[in-house]
Write a protein that binds this ligand. Structure first.
Ligand SMILES: Cc1ncc(COP(=O)(O)O)c(C=O)c1O
Length: 431
């Protein structure tokens, strides 16, 4: 059955839209908790959650009931031209949690659209089309967000609506930060920022956009405090900071509710999507009232604060807070991180196990060096699937295994996954 679906998929969907597992592509037909079942009846532990989006898990009664209650009213959509209680309630909660005083919230349908909106706001209030972005970052697939995405595999156009200046990522395996201490990485980054502002910009830059942990880029992160150190420099000329929390928000990193909180800074704008809908299309921007309100003409998103999506969003956020999923992400994430580091300690093909909370990655290289090994990565990836574990891939060279399971992951499930991952690494070593 899936064979036929794969053929039909290939016949009608764009060629540039990847599907995992090639000719062995799977169709997920049901899910419960952290497990999904494919069309052939095989069940997997899901460590990728539809790219860190099924944040609470599958078939969660509280979320199902909230959505069903809204559908039972007969109203799936009204447009934001009418008042929407779920939208206002969710905005109030996110504004309160944002850490930004008197914040405003604008809802979108995706992370790309959230970042587009943030750039619109920042470039308008600053009357500047210059943006600072971080190499190896990913901010979306749309025309504007592709411009600020520093990742060749995802860059399919050089036509850009903004002028972008690039800063180095915190990659410790290769590149100019490799081998440096955290303190030195911050010093080099700040020096580079000053030099960039003085040489390749017209000075009046609108904003810097940064992911606290680079998602698509393979969970590479700058040292704690780096964004705060940058912000001190940005503040000298009024440049705004946009934290792209599309992957790092809502407690995923365990140590913090937002990724930015590791950096001793409060951003001017926060963009979010993915997990907040647990699969329903929901994204947005939270930020300073003066910046959000700087859009100088009418603007709206037809589906933006949709009553079904925001009913789901409220239920997801309440679930995350009521069950303290951030603490679970920390506890279970630490078990995984320690276990993976122990399993990889003597592996010649693992350059780094990194991450935080339930956002963990394994970078694979040719034995004895730092040359990326996408083939070994594919072997680990396929071996995990054979062992009943779904993981993701990523990184600039497609040589990173990425894991972002639902934040409800249990210790037993973490240990089960550790067993599969350890076996997959061993199998890739001996290939
Ligand atoms: C950090 C980050 N920002 C933005 C986006 C774009 O979100 P969407 O795919 O919902 O447009 C993504 C998607 O992977 C992301 O990881």
């Amino acid at each position: 059955m899936s064979d036929d679906l794969l053929k039909r998929h290939r016949a009608v969907m764009p060629s540039w839209m990847p599907v995992y597992y090639g000719d062995e592509a799977i169709e997920i037909v049901s899910g419960s908790g952290r497990r999904v079942t494919d069309a052939s009846g095989r069940t997997y532990l899901d460590f990728f959650g539809g790219v860190l989006t099924t944040m609470v898990g599958y078939d969660i009664p509280e979320i199902n009931e909230a959505v069903t209650r809204q559908l039972a009213t007969g109203v799936a959509h009204t447009s934001t031209l009418y008042l929407i209680k779920h939208q206002v309630e969710l905005a109030e909660k996110i504004a309160r949690l944002s850490g930004i005083p008197d914040a405003r919230v604008f809802f979108t349908n995706s992370g790309s659209e959230a970042n587009e909106a943030a750039m619109l706001m920042a470039t308008n209030i600053r009357r500047s089309n210059q943006i600072l972005a971080i190499k190896n970052g990913y901010h979306g697939r749309t025309f504007g967000t592709m411009a600020i995405t520093g990742h060749r595999s995802w860059s399919s156009s050089s036509l850009h609506p903004v002028q972008v200046s690039w800063l180095p990522s915190g990659d410790r395996v290769r590149g100019r930060m490799a081998g440096l201490s955290d303190g030195d990485i911050i010093d080099v980054g700040v020096e580079d920022l000053r030099e960039t502002l003085a040489t390749v910009t017209a000075g009046d830059v609108a904003a810097m956009i940064a992911e606290p942990i680079q998602g698509v880029g393979g969970f590479v992160s700058a040292p704690d405090g780096m964004l705060g150190a940058y912000k001190k420099v940005l503040d000298e000329s009024g440049i705004l900071l946009i934290a792209d929390e599309v992957q790092t928000g809502w407690g995923r990193t365990g140590d913090h509710f937002w990724g930015y909180q590791a950096h001793d800074v409060v951003p001017d704008l926060i963009t979010f999507a993915k997990g907040i809908g647990n699969g329903f299309a929901l994204g947005g921007v939270a930020g300073r009232a003066d910046v959000i309100n700087a859009v100088p003409a009418i603007s709206f998103s037809t589906f933006g604060g949709n009553p079904v999506s925001t009913a789901a969003g409220n239920a997801v956020l309440d679930y995350v807070l009521d069950h303290d999923l951030q603490a679970n992400a920390k506890r279970v994430g630490d078990i995984l991180l320690d276990g993976l580091r122990a399993a990889a300690a003597d592996s010649p093909i693992v350059a780094e196990v990194r991450g935080r909370g339930l956002m963990l990655a394994i970078e694979l290289v040719r034995p004895g060096g730092t040359e990326p090994d996408p083939a070994a990565t594919l072997r680990v990836f396929d071996e995990c699937r054979r062992g009943g574990l779904l993981v993701g891939k990523g990184g600039l060279y497609n040589n990173v295994i990425r894991m972002g399971p639902p934040l409800t992951l249990t210790e037993d499930e973490a240990r089960e996954a550790l067993g599969v991952l350890t076996g997959a690494i061993r199998a890739a070593e001996t290939f």
